[in-house]
Design a protein around this ligand. Sequence first.
Ligand SMILES: [Zn+2]
Length: 82
Amino acid sequence: MKCAELLAVLNEYVEGTVDPAICEEFEKHMAGCNPCQVVVDNIRKTITLYKGGQPCELPVEFRQRLHSALRQKWKQTHPQKA
Ligand SMILES: [Zn+2]
């Protein structure tokens, strides 16, 4: 899996709807890619904060904001590939 592929499935990963096989690739890539770790860590923290530990649907508006924030973060951490 490449960084761009990781970004492409990130939305699904965040919503917990990602294919388990892809999820494994995702975790493998994360283990060896620091910039992606930073991005995913960031989104996890944001979601944890938002949910306050409660499992619930994220509103569409929130997700859109989150995704654009993510893309920005991703560009910062992957300057050559953005
Ligand atoms: Zn990466």
